[in-house]
Design a protein around this ligand. Structure first.
Ligand SMILES: [Zn+2]
Length: 341
């Protein structure tokens, strides 16, 4: 994985008139994480609030000045989902600027108690990897986040959003669309009028990812009867059906052809699901053992949870199609077998 130089200034780019993308560091991951600044007649707004790494608040303040604004002008912080690289500085920005925070209830909970959320996620993760026979080091990254959130300032959310609400930001009227999938809290902010060269625009957070496999991110917020892969596919199909949508994403530049990207990734998911189906023709297997057979090589601890999530997405689709079923191996450990149908 490429590393960005710590001295590299944040990228500041006007993506469409009134909307500026600010890319901030994300622990060395190329491309970082985006905060979008929205300006116009309505409230000066930040969409998402970056990863709370040392120096990032200062980098954001400098980037706002580069963009011709300042932290004091920010009146509203909109948050696309509960992940720490999107909620991280919300409380500090609100504290410095007096801005209101607007987010859905699950994201509001993460902003109010990031440490409690991390503790729940790690406990959930320990049960998850034990059930699926995966190695414990997959939780290393989550555990490393503990010192980062332990002392993190927290904030209340002044406006708790629900699907269908409309939020004014700059010159945009953004309709709130709850589209769970990448995470249970995924929220899109959609300007349905054709504001950019005749095209509608949406802030999509990580709902549409440029390159990673189509993976529902599992965790403590999901109920045990959730069908996360089916939910994610349904949500993505709704987004991909909006003609000409300009998608402003959480990481990297805007996406201009969501339908083509979705079709491509859906195809890759279907091919992986076919390999999983083939691998189960011989005998029942535990989830991780099945993965080791299907994957090309053992995933790194950094990517292991994502690979496991992608595998479980395929298994969910096969289970719903009546082609495989879950069995209990030993104790609580989950296995899978072909139904023979
Ligand atoms: Zn995310």
């Amino acid at each position: 994985m490429e590393r960005e130089s710590p001295a590299e200034p944040p990228a500041v780019e006007e993506v469409v008139p009134g909307v500026t993308r600010i890319a901030l560091p994300l622990g060395g991951i190329t491309g970082g994480v985006n905060v979008h600044l929205v300006r116009g007649d309505g409230p000066t707004t930040l969409v998402d609030s970056a990863m709370p790494l040392p120096g990032t608040m200062e980098a954001l303040e400098a980037a706002l000045v580069t963009a011709g604004s300042s932290i004091d002008e920010v009146e509203l912080v909109l948050v696309t989902h509960h992940h720490l690289d999107h909620t991280g500085l919300a409380a500090q920005i609100a504290d410095r600027s007096g801005a209101a925070i607007a987010a859905t209830a699950q994201t509001a909970e993460a902003i109010a108690d990031p440490h409690g959320l991390l503790v729940r996620e790690v406990a959930w993760g320990e049960r998850h990897i034990a059930r699926h026979g995966a190695p414990d080091d997959l939780l290393g990254m989550a555990r490393q986040g503990e010192p980062l959130v332990r002392g993190l300032p927290t904030a209340g959310t002044s406006r708790v959003l629900v699907d269908g609400d409309v939020v004014r930001a700059g010159d945009l009227d953004l309709t709130v669309r709850e589209r769970p999938g990448h995470s249970p809290s995924d929220t899109l902010f959609v300007e349905e009028r054709p504001v950019v060269a005749g095209r509608p625009l949406a802030f999509v957070g990580d709902h549409v990812f440029r390159s990673a496999p189509l993976t529902p991110v599992l965790g403590s917020m999901l109920g045990t009867d959730a069908r996360p892969a089916a939910a994610y596919l349904a949500a993505l199909e709704e987004t991909a059906a909006v003609p000409g949508l300009v998608a402003l994403t959480g990481h990297g530049p805007a996406l201009l052809d969501v339908a083509a990207l979705h079709a491509d990734r859906r195809g890759a998911l279907d091919r992986r699901t076919g390999r999983v189906r083939d691998a189960l023709r011989t005998e029942p297997r535990g989830t991780w053992d099945l993965g080791l057979e299907v994957w090309r090589g053992v995933p790194s601890s950094r990517h292991g949870l994502t690979r496991l999530g992608a595998l479980l997405a395929s298994l969910e689709l096969l289970e719903d199609a009546g082609e495989v079923e879950q069995v209990l191996l030993d104790g609580d450990r989950v296995g899978w077998r072909a139904t023979g149908g």
